[in-house]
Design a protein around this ligand. Structure first.
Ligand SMILES: Cc1cc2nc3c(=O)[nH]c(=O)nc-3n(C[C@H](O)[C@H](O)[C@H](O)COP(=O)(O)OP(=O)(O)OC[C@H]3O[C@@H](n4cnc5c(N)ncnc54)[C@H](O)[C@@H]3O)c2cc1C
Length: 387
């Protein structure tokens, strides 16, 4: 079916990718974003081939490839000995195996490139500084005078659109905090490989580091358990909070602790997931991205899932005979994909944070796994294509 004009609430990865996906099929989109400017929030993102294949379809991959870094591999390294236990090859290997590249970039870079494509597109409009609250779609009709046949809630983990969907998911604090540090590439120690994503796995905590060409620095994110300060996305840590964090790395290699102690002041995010629930109201409101399925970053897939959601939803609307049928088919496909990805994240969390005998067992098993076999485990995730 064809919809003349739809509304999208939120201009994050989910909202912008959805706008490009619908307009590609000839359907116009009005995007409403509460922020006055899309400023630099967030940190680095890994974009795996399942997402980059869609970014290619949306016509933005070329722009991203000229800016992002294409890492050679994902290395899995013991945080106590700094010994590399295993790796998943990326670079040319990823392009061949999953038919699309694997890149790392700043979240703001991806958002800027998607926004520029939306702004160039005559079928898309965007209204910044326009928070949408209240019951959808009525509050949008009151604001614009337009009766949108479909409203997409792409307004993130603290979604307001969710209140228009009966039995929608709810945010839940995971008791984990992500801490972000940066280290200029010129000051990075030799054990931080300049062309790789490296996951350092330690007891109860892990740390992921990769270089960002755009910022000239390593993006370093450490995940450890902690107390939720508030619902904010990102906050600056005090020196005493940094001290608390360093304590959680006791037992780690002294070089890592020294690096964390001398880096710029970290920022931190309390990590929230959302529970399972309904993603649409059966008529005219549907949730995508973090609003529907915010997940822990253990498989680095939240933004990739948000991009897949927008693309699948547009295809389903185009194919279906009615909106309720399109929404039901969308929810059916995407809940099963998102739960599989969440399950993989839980497995990674167990492996990355293993303690005591489990950690010793993990290190032995990993060091016996050839790179090809680790890559084959990811075929279902990175090789996924939307029909
Ligand atoms: C530490 C960390 C590392 C991560 N690493 C990765 C990674 O490597 N790869 C990956 O794929 N994902 C990663 N993620 C996940 C990824 O960042 C998120 O899943 C993704 O940004 C979600 O996109 P979204 O568009 O759904 O939500 P958001 O990016 O939160 O966008 C929501 C938008 O809606 C707007 N909005 C909110 N309320 C309203 C309103 N009432 N009216 C209008 N506008 C509104 C907001 O201002 C915002 O612009 C990571 C997350 C964290 C925390």
């Amino acid at each position: 079916m064809h919809l003349d004009r739809i509304a999208i609430v939120g201009a994050g990865m989910a909202g912008l990718a959805a706008a490009l996906s619908f307009s590609r099929l000839g359907m116009a989109c009005d995007i409403f974003e509460e922020a006055h400017d899309l400023v630099e929030v967030g940190a680095g993102l890994q974009m795996s081939p399942n997402a980059s294949a869609i970014l290619h379809e949306l016509g933005v991959l070329g722009d991203l490839e000229s800016i992002w870094t294409e890492p050679r591999e994902i290395g899995l390294v013991s945080a106590t000995s700094l010994k590399k236990l295993a790796f998943v090859p990326l670079g040319e290997f990823a392009r061949k195996r999953w038919n699309s590249p694997y890149g790392v970039l700043h979240r703001a870079t991806l958002q800027r490139v998607l926004l520029a494509a939306v702004e160039r597109n005559p079928l898309c409009t965007i209204r910044l500084g326009t928070p949408i609250r209240g019951n959808l779609p009525h509050s949008l009709r009151d604001l614009t005078g337009i009766s949108y046949p479909l409203v997409i809630g792409a307004d993130g983990v603290w979604s307001n659109a969710r209140s228009s969907v009966p039995d929608a998911p709810q945010p839940d604090f995971s008791r984990n905090i992500a801490w972000r540090f940066t280290i200029p590439l010129s000051e990075a120690p030799g054990w931080l490989e300049p062309d790789c994503v490296t996951a350092f796995m330690g007891p109860s905590t892990h740390l992921v580091a990769y270089p960002l060409k755009e910022t000239g620095a390593f993006n370093i994110v450490a995940i450890a358990s902690g107390i939720s300060p508030s619902a904010t996305w990102e906050a600056q840590a005090s020196e005493s909070q940094r001290g608390m964090l360093i304590k959680q790395f006791s037992g780690w290699h002294p070089e890592i602790i020294a690096l964390l102690s001398r880096s710029d002041r970290p920022t931190f995010w309390p990590l929230h997931e959302v529970t399972s629930g309904r993603w649409h109201n059966g008529r005219d409101v549907v949730l995508i991205g973090d609003a529907a399925h915010a997940m822990m970053p253990f498989s680095a897939q939240g933004a990739a899932m948000a991009i897949e959601d927008g693309f699948v939803l547009a295809n389903e609307v185009k194919k279906a005979g009615s909106l309720p049928a399109a929404l039901a088919s969308f929810e059916h496909q995407r809940t099963s994909r998102a739960s599989k990805v969440k399950a993989r994240g839980s497995f990674n969390r167990f492996a990355y944070h293993a303690r005591g005998p489990f950690r010793i067992g993990r290190d032995i098993v990993l060091s016996l796994r050839p790179p090809q076999s680790l890559a084959a485990d990811l075929d279902w995730l990175y090789g996924y294509r939307v029909s």
